[in-house]
Design a protein around this ligand. Structure first.
Ligand SMILES: Cc1cc2nc3c(=O)[nH]c(=O)nc-3n(C[C@H](O)[C@H](O)[C@H](O)COP(=O)(O)OP(=O)(O)OC[C@H]3O[C@@H](n4cnc5c(N)ncnc54)[C@H](O)[C@@H]3O)c2cc1C
Length: 405
């Protein structure tokens, strides 16, 4: 940070920028943020309500986002990606979620799957060359299949089975709530499957790359969802799906560790989504309370309304600060297990409170599908559930405090 910046800095809280965090970013981060914001204003925002009402995944919008490079942010440059850091991804997700959480989660899942494949296949340049360039542009979507019908929080307790048979694996089982698995771009799922008998109640788990068009894979009917309505989510079924030996991406039995430990940082983009959504609530609420009048004056001049609007700003600021604290630490090689759990827990709960206040302050309009406040309220609800529920985050934090929960 330059001395001139420090002396000229005046602080402040802008609805459109969120709480500013001068320590967290380099100039390139802010340049990228500005180009994302322009894309969101020019291309994403205007139809977000309609897409959500119709629960319509929009392939053209995905193609336009792909041209900007959002899907390959975390892919290595040698395979067509940007080789960017987690702060860049979090800024991207934050900007998208301020106007359209459905597109934000579409980008989030593809980004983590691209990074995960690059990580698991780091010693297999041929595989990376085959898939990562088109995954980075968004022409090839990869999904992640962890959650099962029997439950997602107890993630290691996997019932889907992969059995070695000669020079191949045979997969049987089902996965539930899989994002990006039924779009026109969807080609693969990184699947976690049990590869042996349970030891102390847990099976050894491996990660496999399974093509979605392999015989025996069924992509089930799209879920009708309460939020993230224009994102794509399906169950997946595996009935004697035969994949070659090299579909195995992790050392046999180490898939759970290889995948879940690597993805500790993936809670941060969900915290960023929460920060963006809370900021979207703030911008929309400010507009509303300045325009609307009651008892002869603008709504925002009533102290109770002003205070609640201030609460949204404080919630958005808290979410943002914790998100980029975690992201900055990760980008500087510091451990983030606790920071990511705290950021995800606090930011997602804050987003829900912000969305509740935003809808309340808009009265009847806050209950009408076309309004941004209503959409944010719908989209907020999943944030305390996906990528580890609030209870799972509390479990991780409690364990870090030495409590054997
Ligand atoms: C729209 C959407 C998209 C998703 N995308 C994906 C995806 O792409 N890939 C994927 O693998 N999964 C995905 N998921 C699944 C998501 O990660 C899970 O829903 C989440 O992890 C919770 O699992 P569950 O729904 O099975 O709830 P459960 O694990 O059954 O939990 C139910 C409730 O019990 C609580 N609970 C469970 N155990 C405990 C405990 N020990 N102590 C206290 N409370 C506890 C939970 O916190 C929760 O409140 C998605 C889900 C949705 C809805």
């Amino acid at each position: 940070m330059t001395a001139s910046f420090v002396t000229s800095y005046r602080g402040g809280l802008l609805a459109e920028d969120g709480y500013d965090l001068p320590w967290a970013f380099e100039p390139e981060h802010l340049q990228w943020r500005d180009s994302m914001r322009k894309f969101c204003t020019d291309v994403v925002e205007s139809e977000a309500a309609q897409r959500s009402i119709e629960a319509r995944f929009d392939p053209d919008l995905v193609r336009r986002a792909g041209k900007l490079g959002v899907f390959g942010l975390l892919a290595p440059t040698e395979f067509g990606g940007a080789g960017a850091d987690i702060r860049t991804l979090c800024l991207t997700i934050e900007e998208l979620a301020a106007v359209d959480s459905s597109l934000a989660v579409t980008v989030h899942v593809q980004s983590i799957c691209v990074a995960l494949l690059a990580h698991l296949a780091k010693d297999r340049p041929d595989l990376c060359r085959d898939i990562l360039p088109s995954a980075s542009t968004g022409e090839t979507f990869i999904s992640i299949g962890l959650t099962e019908p029997s439950g997602g929080s107890d993630a290691g307790n996997i019932s889907t089975v992969a059995r070695a048979d000669g020079n191949s694996w045979v997969v049987n089982g089902a996965k539930q709530f899989i994002t990006n698995s039924g779009t026109p771009f969807s080609r693969y799922v990184i699947l976690l499957a049990a590869v042996g008998e349970k030891v102390q109640g847990r099976p050894p788990v491996s990660a496999f790359l399974v093509p979605l068009d392999a015989p025996g894979v069924t992509v089930g009917k799209s879920y009708p969802k309460a939020g993230w309505r224009s994102s794509d989510t399906h169950p997946l079924f595996f009935d004697n799906v035969r994949v070659p030996a090299d579909a195995l991406l992790s050392e046999p039995g180490r898939g759970y560790r290889d995948v879940l430990e690597f993805l500790t940082w993936a809670r941060l983009p969900i915290a960023a989504m929460s920060a963006g959504l809370a900021r979207g609530c703030l911008a929309d609420t400010l507009r509303f309370v300045k325009e609307r009048t009651s008892f002869g004056k603008p709504l925002g001049v009533h102290q109770a309304v002003a205070f609640q609007t201030a609460d949204i700003a404080a919630l958005a600021s808290t979410a943002r600060t914790l998100t980029f604290d975690g992201a900055w630490k990760y980008d500087h090689g510091l451990p983030i297990r606790e920071a990511a759990a705290v950021a995800k827990l606090v930011a997602s709960e804050a987003a829900n409170k912000a969305a509740y206040i935003a809808t309340q302050l808009q009265g009847g309009y806050g209950f009408i599908e076309e309004t941004a406040a209503t959409r944010h309220h719908q989209d907020a609800r999943i944030l305390t559930i996906g990528e580890g529920t609030s209870e799972v985050q509390r479990m991780l934090i409690a364990r870090s405090l030495g409590l054997a929960v």
